[in-house]
Design a protein around this ligand. Structure first.
Ligand code: DGL
Length: 216
């Protein structure tokens, strides 16, 4: 089966690799949006206009399902996109607030995400529903997707933000932007012994397996 994977940029490649490893018998067609990346501080309407032709292209290329490997698109637009592409299952990724709330012992978690994700009603809903009594720290990661996209990683910045959240007692760090999967190892090393780092690839693969079974 053909699986479309989309992200604004290199974040989706990490997700595509995880899918390829878990489901090698399928063909993955990856699309990004080099022209408009990063999406992280753009408005939902603008992003909608960018992604619709790309999804049409993936469907035209024969994809039976599209993985929206972008928290920014999922948290702001997944409902609208599902209405627009009603015949194609869309699987999204969003910050793992529920898992973080279930795991934390300190009652403090940190979510690393783009400003558009953090401002979305869906993210607000996740916090209100799953983490009403949890302190959720949202460090400024605004330029992180650009720095990862251009492969100019500011290690001091990552270390400083992570030290800040650890100092405030966070014992779970959620990677709420797929670009940050590329610095997961670095963040895990910084947080070793103090915080667990969560990202959604394993859960997404499980969800995708179920959708593929239904399509079969
Ligand atoms: N990788 C995307 C996400 O998960 C978007 C990053 C960006 O384009 O700013 O949010």
């Amino acid at each position: 089966m053909k699986i479309g994977v989309f992200d604004s940029g290199v974040g989706g490649l990490s997700v595509a690799q995880a899918i390829e490893k878990a489901l090698p018998e399928n063909e993955i067609i990856f699309r990004d949006d080099r022209l408009h990346v990063p999406y992280g501080s753009r408005q939902p309407d603008e992003i909608f206009g960018f992604v619709v032709p790309i999804f049409e292209n993936l469907i035209g290329a024969g994809c039976s399902v599209i993985v929206v490997a972008c928290n920014t698109v999922t948290t702001t637009l997944i409902d609208r996109l599902r209405l627009h592409f009603a015949d194609t299952p869309l699987i999204g990724v969003e910050p793992m607030v529920k898992s973080a709330a279930e795991r934390t012992k300190s009652g403090v978690v940190a979510v690393y995400a783009t400003s558009t994700t953090l401002a979305s009603p869906r993210y607000k809903w996740l916090k209100e529903n799953y983490a009403p009594d949890i302190k959720v720290l949202e460090p400024d990661c605004n330029d992180w997707s650009s720095m990862i996209e251009s492969n100019k990683i500011d290690h001091e910045k990552i270390s400083a933000r992570t030290s800040e959240v650890l100092d405030q007692g966070a014992d779970v760090i959620v990677l709420g932007c797929t670009h940050y999967h590329w610095i997961e190892t670095e963040i895990k090393e910084l947080a070793a012994g103090k915080a667990t780092v969560l990202q959604p690839e394993a859960a997404l693969v499980e969800q995708l397996k179920q959708v593929l079974q239904q399509l079969d």
